[in-house]
Design a protein around this ligand. Structure first.
Ligand SMILES: [Zn+2]
Length: 462
């Protein structure tokens, strides 16, 4: 064997926690052996007192939003690796009229040499031409999930970057319905990822809230109310049922939206919901203030526990970060001027361990499912998320007793702030391995940027 990890406790999704030795060869998990079993190896890692999770997979990152893609990849992938993440699914707009393979190749040429972890692409469908070239993206580029915003028009076009990319096709119900019909041609294997908010409601309500003089996170919550999110989910779930297109709703922020997911799931098993750490533990009263401006907004406090319950009971399937690393200066001004989004991947696992596991809200097995196994399953990455022989040796060793106060500089992101700044979190990753190589250890990068692009279309050959 190349490496033996001895004396740890394996957190194996769907199986439970197992005291066993883990053997790695050629970047794969080669065997899981009884405690103390003899097995010669070139190197041995003593994981006494540590829990070994499958490497976390962030299904929702935006690298290259606030600085160029190469530089942002270098920093955000490092922050992700230090935080226990071994794979991300990256959302990306394509500037051309359709999904141009040359553009995608250029993108991979920039990301791959800079990424410390593996990654897949999720492309935005924003134009008729995109809809018409889905086949090319799936079959030639290995993209098996596509993003829709539902909100990209008029007032939302002022969000940074959108005006430049142009929104030639408004996100009408007809456009979304027809796009879902197109994705449905792949027999339930190609997923539509939706940012669900009813923009018509937002456009009507926003001027009224602004005129009222309200400020702060509570104002932003009023501008984009819970009902706008809940209504969009109901409508999209209806289209998913009619078209047969799998539906993945990103960043569920409130109890009412989670209820709509639960209801839809009863009729259709191919509907999934994602939440984020910020909706689980932050709210309109949080001291982060305008730094926490994001869409959908941080909600009233009562939603935090409703979302933990939905994550625990299977209504919500995954946790993503919506990582969009910006600087504190991008957040200057009132809630009306501050930029949206913030860095998130680096604090995801500690937040789930500290505020979830240690406070009795979620089990370690469920954390492994929502941060890894379910993401791999929904998004077609059979070699990831399982911690079983034959799969990639993507691992994170966790010290559940380690306590540390969040300090943005320690996260190694491009961002110079964290919405969790000053939080004392208990439970931190102490080592991250990507395909058997140690990439991060004790909060520092120790490996090389050796990430690989994951083609997620193996189902085409079956
Ligand atoms: Zn996002």
């Amino acid at each position: 064997m190349d490496t033996m990890i001895r004396n740890g406790k394996l957190v194996i999704p769907r199986l439970g926690i197992m005291e066993a030795e883990l053997a790695i060869k050629d970047g794969k998990i080669a065997a899981i052996l009884d405690r103390g079993a003899a097995c010669p190896a070139a190197s041995t890692i003593d994981a006494s007192g540590k829990y070994i999770f499958p490497g976390c997979i962030d299904p929702h990152v935006h690298w290259g939003c606030y600085q160029d893609m190469g530089a942002d990849t270098r920093l955000e992938s490092a922050a992700a690796a230090i935080g226990g993440y071994t794979t991300v699914l990256q959302y990306r707009r394509t500037p051309g009229p359709d999904f141009d393979p040359q553009y995608v190749q250029q993108l991979l040429d920039v990301i791959t040499p800079n990424s410390y972890i593996d990654y897949g692409l999720q492309l935005f469908i924003t134009k008729q031409d995109h809809k018409n070239s889905v086949k090319r993206a799936v079959e030639e580029m290995g993209v098996s999930s596509f993003k829709f915003f539902t909100t990209e028009r008029n007032i939302d076009v002022d969000i940074r970057g959108l005006r430049d990319s142009g929104i030639p096709e408004p996100y009408t119900d007809g456009f979304m319905y027809e796009s879902m019909l197109e994705l449905a041609k792949y027999d339930g294997k190609v997923v539509a990822n939706f940012h669900p908010e009813n923009i018509e409601l937002v456009e009507t309500i926003a001027p009224q809230v602004k005129a009222s003089g309200k400020q702060g996170l509570a104002a932003w919550d009023c501008v984009r109310p819970e009902m706008a999110e809940a209504e969009a989910i109901t409508r999209l779930a209806y289209f998913a049922g009619k078209t047969g297109c799998p539906l993945y709703c990103v960043h569920i922020s409130c109890g009412e939206a989670a209820d709509k997911i639960a209801k839809a799931k009863k009729e259709n098993p191919r509907i999934w919901g994602e939440t984020t750490p910020h909706y689980l533990v932050l709210n309109t009263e949080s001291p982060c203030g305008e730094l926490g401006k994001v869409n959908p907004p941080l909600r009233e406090k009562r939603n935090n526990d409703l979302l933990w319950a939905a994550l625990r009971d299977g209504t919500l399937d995954t946790v993503g970060s919506d990582n969009c690393a910006c600087l504190r200066s991008d957040k200057d001004g009132s809630i009306w001027e501050a930029a949206c989004g913030f860095h998130g991947t680096g604090t995801m696992l500690p937040v789930l361990l500290s505020e979830g596991y240690h406070k009795g809200k979620i089990s370690l097995e469920r954390i492994a499912e929502v941060t890894s196994y379910n993401v791999a399953k929904i998004f077609h990455m059979p070699q990831k998320g399982r911690l079983l022989p034959g799969t990639d040796a993507d691992l994170v060793l966790v010290d559940l007793e380690k306590e540390k106060v969040v300090n943005a500089a320690d996260l190694k992101s491009y961002s110079d702030f964290s919405v969790f700044e000053g939080w004392n979190l208990k439970g931190w990753p102490v080592m991250t391995m990507v395909r058997g190589n140690i990439v991060a250890k004790d909060g520092e990068i120790v490996g090389r940027p050796d990430g690989r692009y994951l083609k997620r279309n193996a189902f085409l050959n079956r």
